[in-house]
Design a protein around this ligand. Structure first.
Ligand code: GDP
Length: 521
């Protein structure tokens, strides 16, 4: 797979730099990414709605030339590092955002360490200079201690004062990125060959199936190409850019959302275009076998079967087997990585026997049954068959919407300290059969209650194809025919209003939640 061919220098053309925005929480990473997207005029954008596909490309005039820059649209160093851990180097330049009123904070240092470890040059965006208490000089001063010396101070790092809120300094920042790229980086690629690159975000989409945003690193990706991304394969059925518009081809550094893969690749998976469909499948299958073996070898290395059995007989060992399912690949990656970092003594082991994107399925439960595993669902739910199978087999499925809670629970259980607590339980589940528009109440969901009881004012969430698409809602109105009611039981129809929340579709499920004491075991 290491098919990084020696390129003939003549074949190489300049490609845009790929930039990741990092920095401390609340220092303005998200706002800056929005400001950059908004201040640059994109040709032919008329009508195009900006979509979050995980990355976007902008055009800007720099020293008399039109130049493109690609931005990874997931701020922070976590995704950056998770991808690097998988061998995927996506970023050419890091923008380190530091709020001028706050100065250097712990995650500022963490972010710059991560960028430096990856040998990625840094441009510092000193943000929030519109604030009266802003002190951009102090930021420059502070960063000197970390080896980031501003040009004004005789160093080599470009610092740019910006206000993401007011949109000032953005052009200077883009210029600094391009100057940094041109000064020290040889950003070239051969566009005239089969594409290869990296999947940076992927999910299952209702209707479109697996959609994966890929960043082309070499070659040109075209609609109709056979493709392998990680262990997913297929043919590029359609490509969409960050404006939701269809594109026919994508050159180096261009991010596009690809449809047509047979499953959901993971963030950081390498993709390539093989010569034909058969080769695509073969490569995917080979990768899958390699992964399986690697996982097995890893599990064996932690403790051999003999060691394990012996320790088990002596009552010394408890193995905790986990299956992780999540709504997006990045979350699954992050959760898995954090879980594997939990430090426990040798008498306990943690094995992640399967992970994936999407609803918890019957096959997950089957696997959990065989391997006596616990299923962790992050922002996902089981489908009907899985729910049935889990109840039948007594498989523990635990749902989380905060990564840290999942890690805390696993850590506590590994240390034998998991205290009975209150946990969320499903109070009722209703399927949306119709959607009525009411100018006064917003959208009303015409539902059939499928299990439990739906009560007015209950906490609710929306599940679309097994994935939680909205949470923290409340059943603000509950009606049967024209009457307000306080509860509706299984097999009855009802009209549900979720207040201002309007994004409901036929086929969605509304799940309501109650807090119950976790059973002691
Ligand atoms: P992130 O956590 O780094 O992604 O930070 P956000 O982009 O979410 O911004 C955090 C807060 O700072 C939000 O309330 C923003 O509106 C605010 N903010 C971001 N940039 C600026 C700025 O340039 N000036 C001011 N005054 N506020 C800003």
């Amino acid at each position: 797979e290491q098919e990084e061919l020696d390129e003939d220098d003549d074949d190489l053309e300049i490609r845009p730099p790929v930039v990741t925005v990092m920095g401390h929480v609340d220092h303005g990473k998200t706002r800056l990414l929005d400001a950059i997207r908004n201040t640059t005029v994109i040709e032919g954008e008329a009508g195009g709605i900006t979509q979050h596909i995980g990355a976007y490309q902008i055009w800007t005039e720099h020293e008399g030339h039109d130049r493109a820059i690609t931005f990874i649209d997931t701020p922070g160093h976590e995704a950056f590092t998770a991808m690097r851990a998988r061998g995927a180097d996506v970023t050419d330049i890091a923008i380190l955002v530091v709020a001028a009123d706050d100065g250097i904070m712990p995650q500022t240092v963490e972010a710059l360490n991560h960028a430096q470890a990856a040998n990625v040059p840094i441009v510092v965006a000193v943000n929030k200079v519109d604030k009266p208490e802003a002190n951009p000089a102090k930021v420059r001063q502070q960063l000197t201690e970390y080896g980031l010396v501003a040009e004004e101070y005789g160093g080599e790092v470009m610092f740019v004062d910006v206000s993401a809120r007011q949109g000032t300094g953005i052009q200077d920042l883009l210029d600094a990125v391009l100057l940094t790229a041109d000064a020290g980086l040889d950003l070239r690629a051969n566009p005239n060959k089969e594409a290869r690159g990296i999947a940076i975000e992927a999910k299952l989409d209702k209707g479109r199936g697996s959609v994966a945003t890929v960043l082309v690193q070499g070659g040109t990706l075209r609609v109709g190409d056979p493709i392998v991304a990680g262990t997913a394969y297929g043919r590029v059925r359609a490509m969409i850019d960050e404006h939701g518009e269809r594109v026919e081809e994508a050159a180096p550094s261009r991010p596009v959302q690809v449809q047509g893969l047979n499953s959901v690749p993971r963030a950081g998976d390498l993709f390539l275009v093989p010569e034909d469909d058969r080769t695509a499948r073969q490569i995917a299958e080979k990768r899958e076998a390699v992964e399986r073996n690697a996982a097995l070898a890893k599990a064996r290395k932690r403790m051999s079967l003999e060691d394990f059995t012996k320790a088990l007989e002596e009552g010394k060992v408890e193995s905790l087997n986990l299956i992780i399912k999540g709504d997006v690949s990045g979350a699954v990656e992050a959760l898995e990585e954090s879980l594997l970092k939990i430090e426990v003594d040798d008498s306990v082991q943690l094995r992640i026997i399967h992970r994936g994107v999407g609803a918890v399925t019957e096959s997950d439960i089957n696997l959990a049954t065989i391997d006596n595993a616990i299923v962790i669902g992050f922002n996902v739910r089981p489908d009907a068959k899985a729910r049935e199978a889990a109840a039948r087999e007594g498989v523990d499925i635990r749902f989380y919407n905060v990564i840290y809670s999942a890690i805390d629970d696993v850590e506590a259980s590994l240390k034998g300290m998991l205290k009975p607590e209150y946990e969320e339980a499903q109070a009722g589940l209703a399927e949306i059969r119709e959607v009525f528009r009411s100018s006064k109440f917003g959208n009303i969901a015409g539902v059939l209650v499928k299990s439990g009881t739906i009560t007015r004012n209950a906490k609710a969430r929306i599940i679309r194809e097994g994935v939680v698409v909205a949470d923290g809602l409340a059943i603000e109105s509950l009606r049967r025919f024209k009457d307000d009611v306080t509860e509706v039981k299984t097999d009855f129809e009802a009209g549900i209003g979720l207040g201002k929340f309007n994004d409901i579709q036929i086929g969605d499920e509304i799940e309501t939640i109650e807090m119950v004491e976790k059973p002691r075991d």
